[in-house]
Design a protein around this ligand. Structure first.
Ligand code: ADP
Ligand code: ZN
Ligand code: MG
Length: 505
């Protein structure tokens, strides 16, 4: 786009993403090395294949292909008859072969889409392709010094030396490329949240793994007039718009931040009559800004050619053979229909597969409303308050179920269950039975409550008189007395009823 200076020119942002996700497989994509490298010493999960030693031959990991097919089905993509691998050539120390095995003209997933919601509006973004490739190794630039290594890592410009770890080299990656269908940074964030949700449902992705999601975000500015009512933009306008590609984004929030920064940077340039350079920029998470890295490389720079060591892979029939679980949207709709839940509760309960599975377990044993309250409100609420996730307690579902049973069977009050037992369970790690015992929360028997009601009335003639004179506060005072006598274990609503019965008789 030629930069026409005009203060009043209305601009609109256009955004497209290239999202790299690490697929959860036991071994790397082209060799048998384990991908479980989180606590491993550097360069201990390597072999001739992932080190790119001469003569070593890659073999495709069936599990990685299966995971890619699952992703393809989830985004409603076409899976070609035959998919092929290519070499993308570039020279960098994290890439021992000096080329990356990736896919080029016949990627495993083509023409998909993903629906998501932004501020409760449904949106859909087209996914041009999603292909398999190998992750490079990881690099650390370090300054000389005496402190621990982690405190001496720095930018390449300030480094005295660089460390390379090939443990990550060969981890299966899927690069998911969207069409430039996003119109605002906030949409990108919602899309990424949904994408992660789907990938986790499929069981092919672990969001807690460091670096498991890396985003390159492309942004350009076009004349607002060029955007049609349905959000569509002419192909030629998109091609003419100078765009930047921001690299090194590793979170949803980071993507939104980087793109907001980039949109206002480009807007200022254009409005002051300057041109936007087509370039690759780097996102600095600490400063929330983007800085120029290099002019954008082009496809021809990579000299793509077929990977002769890997034969074409016939995959189209896998689509029928590889099952995928019910996905979040379908499950949410079913929860509304089957359990009569609100959209909001159903959304919360389907946000992760674990939560949804747990809810259905509880709903099978108890009432669906009780299950929804306990899982969506009480449990997720208390976890959230403690900055915990459902994965932190996934070995304690039986205990939470036991707690719901206490309430369902009317053995303790809902208030005590939520405010005392659940909280103590999370804070101390104790099981519900021990907390109930320790705190003496077992509901007092009916006889004991009745006795306490009679005693409270006998001991407080003034309050009784006030009650008969129509004073509202008197009954509350008496309820308080009974609660005290029963150690808080009676149900205040029941006590209120019992007192009125006794006083009116
Ligand atoms: P390249 O050949 O430079 O890699 P592609 O056409 O493959 O470009 O697109 C790469 C990414 O850039 C895709 O995610 C796409 O959605 C995005 N993109 C394409 N055109 C634009 C644009 N005008 N503004 C923002 N993003 C764009
Ligand atoms: Zn290996
Ligand atoms: Mg490209």
């Amino acid at each position: 786009m030629t930069a026409q200076a005009s203060e009043s020119r209305e601009l609109a942002a256009v955004i497209g993403l290239e999202v790299h996700v690490q697929l959860e497989t036991e071994t790397k994509i082209f060799c048998g090395c384990s991908t479980d490298v989180a606590d491993a010493e550097p360069n201990t999960h390597t072999c001739p294949v992932c080190l790119g030693l001469p003569g070593a031959l890659p073999v495709v990991n069936e599990g990685a292909v299966e995971a890619a097919v699952k992703v393809g089905k989830a985004i409603d993509a076409d899976i070609p008859e035959e998919t092929t691998f290519h070499r993308k050539n570039y020279y960098y120390p994290d890439l021992p072969k000096n080329f990356q095995i990736t896919q080029y003209d016949s990627p495993i997933c083509q023409d998909g889409e993903l629906e998501f919601s932004v501020e409760s509006e449904r949106r859909s973004v087209d996914i041009r392709r999603a292909h398999l490739e190998e992750d490079p190794g990881s690099i650390k630039h370090v300054r000389e010094g005496t402190g621990p290594l982690e405190s001496r890592t720095c930018s390449i410009e300030r480094a005295d030396y660089t460390l390379i770890d090939y443990n990550r080299a060969g981890t299966p990656l899927m690069e998911i490329v969207t069409e430039p269908d996003f119109r605002a940074p906030g949409e990108v964030r919602s899309f990424l949240e949904k994408l992660e949700e789907v990938l986790e449902y499929l069981g092919v992705f672990d969001a807690t793994r460091d670096g498991s999601l890396r985003i390159d975000a492309n942004l350009s500015m076009v004349d607002a007039d060029a955007v049609g009512e349905d959000g569509d933009i002419d192909e030629s306008v998109l091609e003419d718009a100078n765009r930047t590609e921001v690299k090194n984004i590793s979170s949803h929030k980071g993507a939104e931040q980087a793109l907001s920064f980039e949109a206002s940077r480009q807007r200022k340039l254009i409005q002051s009559g300057r041109a936007v350079e087509q370039e690759t920029r780097h996102f600095n998470e600490t400063h929330g800004n983007t800085v120029s890295m290099r002019s954008k490389e082009e496809e021809k720079d990579y000299r793509y050619f077929r990977e002769a060591d890997l034969p074409p892979l016939r995959v189209s029939h896998w689509k029928d053979e590889v099952p995928i679980p019910e996905l979040p949207d379908a499950r949410r709709e079913r929860f509304v229909a089957e359990y009569g839940l609100s959209e909001e509760a159903a959304s919360k309960l389907t946000s992760t597969k674990q939560v949804a599975d747990f809810f259905e377990d509880v709903a099978e044993r108890f009432d669906a409303d009780l299950a929804a309250t306990w899982v969506a409100d009480n449990l997720l609420g208390e976890l959230n308050y403690r900055d915990m996730a459902i994965t932190d307690i996934d070995d304690r579902f039986d205990e939470v179920t036991r707690l719901v049973e206490f309430v369902a069977e009317d053995e303790i009050t809902a208030k005590n269950a939520r405010e005392t037992v659940l909280r103590e369970m999370l804070d101390t790690g104790d099981d519900p039975d021990s907390v109930v015992d320790r705190e003496g929360l077992g509901k007092t028997s009916g006889d004991e409550v009745q006795q306490a009601v009679v005693d409270a009335i006998d001991e407080n003639p003034d309050a009784v008189e006030d009650y008969h004179n129509g004073e509202d506060g008197a009954i509350n005072f008496l309820v308080g007395q009974v609660m005290q006598k029963t150690g808080g274990s009676a149900d205040p609503g029941d006590v209120n009823g019992l007192l009125r019965e006794e006083l009116e008789s």
